[in-house]
Design a protein around this ligand. Structure first.
Ligand code: GRF
Length: 302
């Protein structure tokens, strides 16, 4: 193997690990060796890491990914044992309102743009527009969380058990207004996404939801806004940013005008990101930033 030969010049005892089917992208760091690092520098690289996409039975993809922030170049790429077969993913969507993002992702699954299916809708508002849509499409609806007013709701551990039973791979938050409990985040590491209607980290955090976000953007005088899709951690809107779209804020915009312009982009962006997620085109840069591999040109990341 060419890659192993190159590495063995510098690290005689280092073996590229063979990874079998596993859900998460694998990464391994190399021991430090000055000669090897000067070779990397001659390729405009500051550090080096192997990325494997091992989720595919019988296939091992090794990418030597150059982590110089200004270069982001791929040094070498090899595919072994083609063809690459990617399992169709099972998605849970969480909403509290009309669910237009939920509907656009659902339609994209149905039309074959997304290699996955929404197997459950989770909501704290069982009468919301999105829940009605789910019932019409025969998508199971789960009430979460359990509260005084919603005694039929699930507890966090019941919810995790239900998602596991349904074999959910990824969770998409789309206008779900409750904080996600730590138990769920720990059960689904790097597998929960949220869409927020501003360019995070601006105009995010507790209290920034719905029209409040757009009013604050307009009041600030910002000339640009747009949706952000980010991974979810235990706080509001602070997880790693995965994708953004920019729209202009126009001089005479009302919050409703801006919301409509942003929402239009949200629908496209959430479908594109969900498609990438389901096709296993996400990788994690060494500094923890998630990137999406371009479908047409696998050497490009955004
Ligand atoms: C969207 O603006 C999204 O960014 C935010 O909540 C809104 C949900 O809209 N998190 P919808 O219910 O998908 O129409």
């Amino acid at each position: 193997m060419e890659a192993q030969n190159l590495l063995s010049r510098f690290f005689p005892n280092y073996k590229i690990p063979l990874i079998r089917a596993s859900k998460k992208p694998f990464s391994s760091s190399l021991p430090s060796n000055p000669s090897f690092h000067s070779l990397l520098q001659s390729h405009n690289c500051v550090s080096f890491k192997t990325h494997h996409s091992p989720c595919l039975k019988g296939s091992l993809k090794t990418i030597f990914f150059c982590l110089n922030a200004s270069e982001n170049a791929v040094l070498e790429e090899k595919d072994y044992k083609k063809p690459r077969v990617v399992k169709r993913k099972k998605l849970a969507v969480f909403i509290s309102g009309g669910g237009s993002n939920f509907k656009s992702v659902h339609e994209a699954c149905f039309e074959g743009l997304v290699h996955g299916d929404i197997v459950v809708l989770v909501t704290n508002k069982p009468d919301c527009g999105g829940a009605e849509y789910a019932k019409n499409k025969e998508i199971p609806v789960v009430l979460f969380p359990r509260t005084k007013d919603a005694p039929d709701g699930l507890s966090p551990s019941d919810l995790v058990a239900a998602l596991r039973r349904l074999e959910v791979d990824f969770i998409l938050l789309a206008g779900y207004l409750k904080l996600i409990p730590a138990e769920l985040i720990q059960a689904y590491p790097r597998s929960i996404l949220n869409i927020h209607p501003s360019l995070l980290p601006a105009f995010g955090g507790k209290g920034y939801y719905g029209m409040k976000v757009h009013k604050a953007v307009i009041a600030s005088g910002a000339r640009y806004s747009g949706p952000t899709i980010h991974f979810v951690d235990e706080h509001y809107d602070t997880g790693r940013i995965l994708a953004q779209r920019v729209v202009p804020v126009l001089a005479n915009d009302t919050a409703e005008d801006l919301a409509a312009r942003v929402l239009h982009e949200e629908h496209q962006l959430y479908v594109e990101v969900t498609a990438a997620l389901c096709e296993e085109r996400l990788i994690w840069r060494e500094d923890g930033v998630p990137l999406i591999q371009n479908k047409e040109n696998p050497n490009e990341y955004s």
